[in-house]
Design a protein around this ligand. Structure first.
Ligand code: FAD
Length: 372
């Protein structure tokens, strides 16, 4: 008899998991808190690496469709000094497919495909030994049981407490996100500044990063070291007040760079939280975690990639692994946590260097990872 499997969360981890199970004709229940796929803005662009996110898409049978949608030119990266001097300007070769960019919304739709997601089903709690299997309690008071519950519900997972007492902690770095629309027509100077990919400016304990998405949309991230409550006296919905305080924080930076903040529309406050780099847990039969729920780390281009590979590998372990399915999950957890632990250390060290008292550290980091 087929096991009743539920995945909580329709982000990159949960959807990749469900899509690979679907490819292997294994039924899965996908439970998502958002009331609809487009209930909130999908977020910025993601670069998917050959050996991580792209490998996951290959396992889902979606690599060709990804290649048709993705933007290899988005791999371009320019670094400026705070006075606007160009320090580095990397352009990808025409055949470079190492980590092309894709809009999150496009990736979500690609993964969704034929999946039948149950929207508006926020999970409140998971009880591992819930009688006839693992009990899932929903926010609306309903409950259901499954043989395996996979927590792919992100940073503030409601499934995680069933296996681990770990909670995310603040890194000391906050990111405030804004965006510009129709940049080529409305802000041609900024369009040139950002180019086909990203532009990043590093100052003392501050960074400003702008990334081109498809359709002339540009996301801008102002990152800085600050107490988590730095905005306590600021109304986050008051865009002009947030803009003024950001302009004060980045005071003295080159005018064209600050134009990215001056023209940004709404501002979204994202303090950067992480789980401990070595987060593991004692295996609990019937419950496991994927993606940010298992290994939340700084947003340095790895999280979604790892989340997708986690999802694809767990689905393969369940459908093609020999013997006891619970043993397959346990072995998967060991592989996942070892890999995530390595990336958590890399991304945490990277964040220390990118938002650092010495801006030369940020440039040195890029010199180490960019192809020459
Ligand atoms: C600004 C920024 C830029 C980034 N850029 C990159 C990048 O370029 N490359 C990269 O690899 N990574 C990047 N990341 C990291 C990446 O976004 C995450 O690691 C990735 O989204 C994790 O996927 P996930 O599926 O585990 O979790 P999520 O994407 O958080 O998805 C979790 C899903 O679960 C749902 N959910 C939450 N709680 C419940 C509940 N109680 N019940 C039911 N459903 C629930 C949520 O609504 C959501 O749909 C970036 C992150 C940020 C913040």
């Amino acid at each position: 008899m087929r096991r009743r499997i539920a995945v909580i969360g329709a982000g990159p981890a949960g959807l990749t998991f469900a899509r690979v199970l679907h490819r292997h004709d294994h039924p899965v229940t996908v439970l998502e808190r958002d009331p609809a796929p487009d209930a909130r803005p999908p977020g910025g662009t993601l670069d998917l690496h050959e050996g991580l996110g792209q490998l996951a898409l290959h396992k889902a049978g979606l690599l060709a469709e990804f290649q048709a949608l993705s933007r290899p030119e988005g791999q371009a990266m320019r670094i400026l000094d705070t006075d606007g001097t160009v320090l580095r300007d990397w352009r990808p070769r025409p055949d470079d497919r190492a980590h092309p960019e894709i809009d999150r919304g496009q990736l979500r739709d690609l993964l969704l495909g034929p999946l039948d997601v149950q929207w508006g089903r926020g999970v409140a709690e998971v009880v591992p030994d819930g009688g006839d299997g693992v009990l899932v309690r929903f926010a609306d008071g309903r409950q259901e049981t499954f043989d395996l519950v996979v927590g792919a519900d992100g940073a503030w997972s409601r499934v995680r407490p069933a296996v681990s007492s770990a909670t995310p902690h603040y890194t000391g770095v906050t990111s405030v996100e804004t965006a510009l629309d129709d940049v080529d027509a409305r802000h041609p100077d900024l369009a040139r500044l950002v180019g086909d990919g990203s532009v990043a400016v590093y100052g003392v304990n501050r960074a400003l990063v702008a990334q081109r998405n498809s359709g002339g949309h540009v996301k801008v991230y102002a990152q800085f070291r600050a107490p988590v409550d730095w905005h306590a006296n600021l109304d986050p919905a008051d865009a002009e007040a947030v803009r003024s305080s950001l302009l004060a924080l980045f005071d003295g930076w080159a005018a064209p760079v600050l134009e990215l903040l001056r023209h940004g529309t709404a501002f979204v406050h994202r303090p950067l939280y992480v789980l401990p780099a070595s987060h593991t847990w004692t295996h609990v039969p019937g419950v496991t975690l994927l993606g940010d729920a298992a290994h939340l780390m700084p947003p340095l281009g790895a999280g979604a990639n790892l989340a997708m590979l986690d999802g694809a590998e767990l689905a393969e372990a369940i459908t093609t692994g020999p013997g006891d399915p619970d043993e397959a999950v346990r072995a998967f957890e060991q592989r996942m946590t070892a890999r995530a632990g390595r990336w958590a250390k890399i991304t945490m060290a990277g964040l220390e260097r990118l938002v650092s008292p010495d801006p030369a550290e940020a440039v040195a980091l890029f010199d180490e990872v960019q192809p020459s």
